[in-house]
Design a binder for this molecule. Sequence first.
Ligand code: VG1
Ligand code: CO
Length: 543
Amino acid sequence: MSIKTVATTPFSDQKPGTSGLRKKVAIFRSPHYLENFVQAIFDTIAAPQGSTLVLGGDGRHYNREAIQVILKMAAAFGFGKVLVGQGGILSTPAASCVIRKYHTYGGIILSASHNPGGPDGDFGIKYNTGNGGPAPEKITEAIYARSKALANYRIFDAPDVALDQAGSFTLGGMVVEVIDPVTDYAELMESLFDFDAIRTLIRGGFRLCFDAMHAVTGPYGHEILERRLGAPAGTVINGVPLPDFGGGHPDPNLTYAHELVEIMYGADAPDFGAASDGDGDRNMILGRHFFVNPSDSLAVIAANARLAPGYAAGVAGVARSMPTSEAVDRVAAKLGIPCYETPTGWKFFGNLMDAGKVTLCGEESFGTGSSHVREKDGLWAVLFWLNILAKRGQSVEKIIHGHWAEYGRNVYSRHDYESLPGDAADGVMAHLKSQFTELPGKRFDAWQVKFCDDFSYTDPVDGSVSTGQGLRIGFVDGSRIVFRLSGTGTEGATLRIYLEAFEPDTAKHHLDAQLALAGLIAIAGDLSQLRARTGREQPTVIT
Ligand code: VG1
Ligand code: CO
């Protein structure tokens, strides 16, 4: 067995997006493609010889092969140890947990998150630093630069390592420790939430359903919800992780988690429903016949945080991505704590959490989390809700309506237009921008434009600046429309339109968001010339 140096031609398209590098499986399978990117990571992070790395993924197609390649390259690079999830499995938040718990140098997570899997689906890879969080932009930029310049990569020439049972193996001078993917994470959850109270709630007849969407959270859901919290078998549906997610789209929203939605809106619906995504970092929360908007979920968690033992001391501050609704800002104002507004993507929360400035973070895209790890965390959010429900003894719907009555309602929706031709999407953005000088002051029915800009962010901790993070049109009454192009897709372009209006009047809180936002939706269509430029009449997904 020896280390081989293999010549590679650099690739020009290995630029990480919102969350790592995502491409079709076929592209990752093409000669040297994965190896080139992994070598670029290793060269960039320059881990000292003998360092420890965490490695795992969401179990999608190509996960197992990629894990073997990365193990052999890690051995050739000089890592001393790799902690790898059994079967190559680690959810994104569990990987973050393991990196932090064992103080490793960093970790590699194989996932394309909510993107479909299978041989014709997507694959992805991202690097997390020693704080457990996604590498910040300056590191992802350096990895990209290196990927375009590499001449060769190094790989240990050895047979594959057995990954299906826990234990220690050696690969040259490197130790491969196969760990249970659930145990460390489950222990962390038990330390944060009142499991006794949740157990009592469930024993009292409270019914719940968790849809793992045949993605990574199946084993986590079975262990935590069914074994440790005593929910009956069958509480977790679609709980067996499959390499193609059973042909589904592991994105927990009203469109793709339709099985759960049918259960929760059905005749004999349970009290609580939730779903998670491909890599376990997203969550959708539902009550009986009731959908909880993710921005509201963050606000409710912030307002009720003290009910969970891990947060009994209170919350230092909160952060949300720019397109996320301002519902949490209202909670922060009432609590007298700071609220930060960051660009889209979890990598922007890391510095704030490391500096102790924020405890809770969230995104409108079904992502919620806290400083217990440095990733958003799907099951964590589910447990937080169960903890709140157990302590408050009210239904999900009652809690949300009570919250709106106290703080007012930030009516919110996101419209996604998926798989647009790139040119058409760029044209929409350019056309919007071209109106920015003339728009302020203009009136559209009841709405007058107050400002428009292309969001940019200066990190308050390290001063780094991120520009071009989404086009904002703000109105005098506080409502707003945001336009952004997705940075996680692999096919064409996805345009996201985020719509928000504030409604203080309790009498109007029951209104459907699409109806309440109809005026803004029409303005967004007109200002962007959406139909003419894309030929689309309707969004692909409405949240
Ligand atoms: C989307 C979401 C963003 C999230 C990102 C990664 O990005 O909008 O909020 O952080 O996915 O989530 P984009 O660029 O497509 O809008 V995950 O669960 O895919 O790691
Ligand atoms: Co995800």
